[in-house]
Design a protein around this ligand. Structure first.
Ligand code: ZN
Ligand code: ZN
Length: 416
């Protein structure tokens, strides 16, 4: 492309295919199902295409809720102090009601991940806490996988400029759009078939791990010697999975991981992060932590150490693991070499662990277990769930059986 050629920043055909993938692969929306959708205003072109595909698939009513960066910032700059302990509970109660009535949920991400970086951190923390509490009734239905849901991404300008700071506005959006399209497999001739093949590959990986029934995984590499005990009755998941309403959906697009639940009290050793973690407007880099009996007893970071320690002090479970995920170093998102400042993408570039809450679906018969049973089997409980990257082309992973026998799982960052 030359400077004077004016080309549209986002390929409309691929955007349409992304909408189709969201409806047919991400959600597997069923005829008669309503759809509740949240998006940044920038993503309106995608929202419109999704509505079209959803109605063609037989959707009852599509209800979009749009958020605007300037409106969000206006609150932090102008609202009264009391505003920051409030949240629209009435709205979330309605959303929870909709989920109870089998409404599907779609979230489009695409705003600037650093939007609140320069706002008062105390106000950001208060508003976020008030929002978490009010959102709880609706979140429970998502976390419990009651309904089919999906997250996809749209290349908003402010996000694109963060990922590609040296490009012009148009070029940055085009590049981020292309990265999103490639990672979401809509740059391929038949994206629906590509997703079917990808889901099959992820299913065979998780089936192998479920057959092995490892007691622990042992990670070794530069700055890392970590044994992650797995929960009793853990189950590996990846790609497509079935919600309690019977619909098999792909909650994350893109996704490259197979993942399960560590045992909250059986993690020991030390581990170093391999990519920076973008968390609520702050960048935390070169994390290195030490675990004893499942708990982080020492935490360092070359940047953002204060934020990291604040996060670790959130609650009882925030120093323990709720997820371990395997992603080969050759994953398409890893090969792009980009830092997206967005977990949906960055977690799919690398093996990762998550501090905090575990997923009940990562247990055998997880849907029937009570929170007490999950805790007894080693599942962790917390208000947070924060993924950070520990994979690279230098990481080896062994699966360890109950009798101590070892099986190579990863060598130099790839499936062994
Ligand atoms: Zn994950
Ligand atoms: Zn996670």
């Amino acid at each position: 492309m030359t400077q004077h050629q004016r080309i549209p920043a986002i390929d409309p055909a691929k955007l349409d295919r992304l909408a189709e993938v969201a409806v047919k692969v991400g959600l597997r929306l069923e005829p008669g199902q309503d759809l509740f959708l949240t998006a940044p205003v920038a993503a309106l072109p995608l929202v419109r295409r999704i509505a079209e595909h959803a109605y063609r698939a037989g959707a009852g009513i599509v209800t979009p809720l749009l958020a605007d960066e300037e409106v969000t910032v206006a609150r932090y700059r102008n609202a009264s102090d009391q505003s920051f302990d409030r949240a629209p509970a009435w709205l979330y109660e309605g959303v929870a009601k909709a989920f109870s009535a089998n409404t599907a949920r779609l979230a489009i991400v695409g705003d600037n991940p650093m939007l609140l970086a320069n706002e008062d951190p105390a106000k950001v923390a208060r508003a976020s806490k008030a929002n978490s509490v009010a959102y709880q009734p609706a979140l429970e239905k998502i976390a419990g996988f009651d309904i089919n849901w999906n997250i996809i991404a749209f290349p908003g300008l402010s996000w694109a400029k963060l990922v590609f700071p040296d490009e012009t506005d148009d070029a940055a959006v085009t590049k981020l759009a292309d990265a999103i399209f490639a990672a979401s497999r809509v740059d391929q001739a038949d994206p629906i078939a590509a997703w079917a093949a990808h889901n099959k590959a992820l299913r065979s990986r998780s089936a192998w791990l479920n057959e092995q029934r490892f007691e622990a995984l042992h990670f070794t590499g530069p700055g890392t010697d970590l044994t992650i005990g797995l929960s009793d009755g853990h189950e590996w998941q990846g790609g497509e999975s079935r919600a309690k309403n019977g619909i098999a959906c792909n909650p994350n697009i893109p996704t490259e991981e197979v993942f399960t639940t560590p045992h909250a009290r059986r993690v020991s050793g030390h581990v170093s992060s391999t990519k920076p973690l973008s968390y609520q407007g702050a960048l935390i880099d070169n994390i290195s932590v030490r675990f004893e009996e499942g708990r982080i007893v020492e935490a360092k970071a070359s940047r953002g150490e204060e934020v990291l320690n604040k996060v670790l002090d959130t609650d009882e479970g925030s120093r323990r693991l709720g997820e371990v995920a395997l992603v080969p170093h050759s994953s398409p998102i890893s090969k792009s070499g980009l830092l997206f400042y967005n977990t949906l993408f960055d977690e799919n570039a690398s093996c990762h662990i998550a501090l905090g809450q575990c997923y009940s679906k990562c247990f055998v018969d997880g849907a029937t277990l009570t929170p007490e049973q999950i805790a007894a089997q080693g599942g962790n409980k917390s208000f947070i769930h924060i993924d950070w990257m520990i994979g690279s082309d230098k990481i080896d992973i062994d699966g360890v059986h109950a009798d101590g026998a070892r099986v190579p799982v990863f060598r130099k960052g790839e499936w062994a």
